[in-house]
Ligand binder design. Structure first.
Ligand code: SF4
Length: 360
């Protein structure tokens, strides 16, 4: 899939007929109303070409009043005709897609649809005020895939009533539908939402950061193993979304959540390699992977250094692979063992209790 540069346009809860208990798009984006055409022109960078994609986020695009939806699609089409973008992306809700809307999206050059799936568990979806069930999710992904769209799905962790088992059962049901990409968002408690009231009354307790990182890490490993890219983990920090504001009340927020997840999995990969050798060691990896091997504030190395001396060095390896060599730098070419990333994910899944039990 060719990588596109996105021009994000936020339609804060535009078209949403329900109020999901955790959502406050107006607070997250700082936008309070739908942008006019004048605003849209302001958002387009000066020099763009067909490698750019206009992305309408933050609402239920296909449930907007038809005239509004057409206005945004026509704006996108104008840009496409001028060669200023190559395609349009929208995000929407699984209950508001049918054959007629899909044809309309196609006609106006929409190529990617991101669906707010959140969970495949009807009980969890109902508690979250989502207004749709598993049936609508399967139906809408199938319609989109059959019509040739690139389909992204958004999943959440930490929803009320959700368990790791329900998450992994859901992923097992999603894999055969072949989504093209995934975003994973741990649930945060935001001011002005029903969830904030539940949290104040002690009815909802958020995930800890440690739990969220390991659970999202397990989900990431499953999707990677099945070749489905995870393009985002955790919400992007904004002026409004940080613990210094009065808006983010609680939950596993970290400005580099995705990095924490990836370095957590790197530690697991390093652990597997260490099972094969005793004594002091040196980990070797591709240059860009080194920050993941070190971990946040060198936490991965500090973890292993409780038992033995460890070091990390750059080597000519493929991205994701890790090799083990003697600790002495002069002997680093004497590789003791190598664990390719692909093999690591397969082994990791074999050991993942709620995944291996489901696959029996
Ligand atoms: S459908 Fe999406 S944007 Fe609309 S209220 Fe729910 S989470 Fe928010």
């Amino acid at each position: 899939m060719a990588k596109r540069k996105l021009i994000p346009v936020f339609l804060p809860q535009g078209g949403c007929r329900q109020h999901c208990i955790y959502c406050n798009q107006k607070g997250i984006t700082g936008e309070t109303s739908l942008p006019s055409e004048y605003d849209l022109w302001d958002m387009i960078p000066k020099k763009t070409d067909e490698t750019w994609e206009l992305a309408y986020y933050g609402g239920t695009f296909t449930s907007l009043p038809r005239s509004v939806m057409l206005r945004y699609l026509e704006f996108g089409q104008k840009l496409r005709r001028k060669g200023r973008i190559g395609s349009i992306r929208i995000s929407t809700h699984p209950a508001y897609l049918d054959q007629e809307k899909i044809s309309l999206l196609r006609r106006y050059g929409v190529s990617t649809v991101e669906l707010g799936v959140q969970s495949m568990d009807d009980f969890v979806l109902e508690k979250a005020g989502r207004d749709h069930g598993k049936g609508e999710i399967i139906h809408s992904i199938t319609l989109l895939k059959d019509a040739g769209f690139t389909v992204g799905i958004q999943l959440m962790t930490g929803l009320p009533g959700q368990t790791p088992n329900s998450i992994f059962q859901g992923i097992r049901e999603l894999l055969p539908l072949r989504p093209d990409m995934v975003r994973i968002y741990p649930l945060l408690v935001l001011e002005g939402t029903p969830l904030a009231e539940m949290w104040r009354h002690g009815i909802y307790e958020p995930q800890t950061l440690v739990d969220a990182v390991s659970l999202v890490g397990d989900m990431f490993a499953v999707f990677c193993h099945y070749g489905i890219p995870v393009i985002r983990m955790g919400l992007q920090p904004t002026e409004e979304l940080n613990f210094d504001s009065n808006f983010l009340l609680d939950g596993p927020f970290h400005p580099s959540f995705g990095y924490l997840v990836k370095s957590y999995l790197k530690r697991k990969q390093m652990e597997m390699l260490l099972e094969r050798h005793k004594g002091d060691v040196r980990f070797l990896a591709f240059r860009n992977d080194l920050p993941l091997l070190f971990g946040d504030k060198r936490s991965n190395l500090r973890f292993f250094e409780q038992e033995r001396r460890c070091a990390v060095s750059e080597a000519m390896l493929s991205r994701g692979d890790i090799a083990l060599a003697p600790f002495d730098k002069r002997e680093r070419s004497n590789v003791l063992s190598i664990l390719r990333e692909k093999e690591f994910f397969a082994l990791y899944l074999e050991r993942l209790p709620y995944w291996s039990e489901l696959c029996i």
